[in-house]
Design a protein around this ligand. Sequence first.
Ligand code: FES
Length: 160
Amino acid sequence: MIAEDDKRIVELRTFMQEAKTKDHPDSQLISILHKAQELYGYLSQEAMTEVAKEMNIPTAHIWGVATFYHYFNLKPKGKHSISVCLGTACYVKGAEEILNSIREELNIDFGQTSSDNLFTLQEARCLGACGLAPVIMIDDKIYGSLTPKKALEIIKSYKK
Ligand code: FES
């Protein structure tokens, strides 16, 4: 349950009030969900219920929108996000092997978070560093010219 003294809920409600004044409040749903995710880091059941109540939209519809667009997270993210680039330049230089080694090491797939809540795995389509392919990005930092072994060493360094 969202605490009433949570500043984020106040901000979300204000955002929804403003959305209601726009011409087509229904079409504001995506930006409201973006706002909720920005504030909470993911779309919790509680946040979606709050949006449903405030915007008078059925929860099932909100759930449908939230699950349709892959940029919405329905679970809390790990402390670090790992983006594995599967763009063409990285792919031809072995991105798939890098991805498989990370999947095996952390026992997760795209969109999932490791059991220690340290890492969330994401897919990227070109991180703008093709000259360094294959590339991964952890949080805001790019790591290039990787081998599966190097990638795992880097990930281990984030566990310390
Ligand atoms: S394709 Fe991977 S960085 Fe461009």
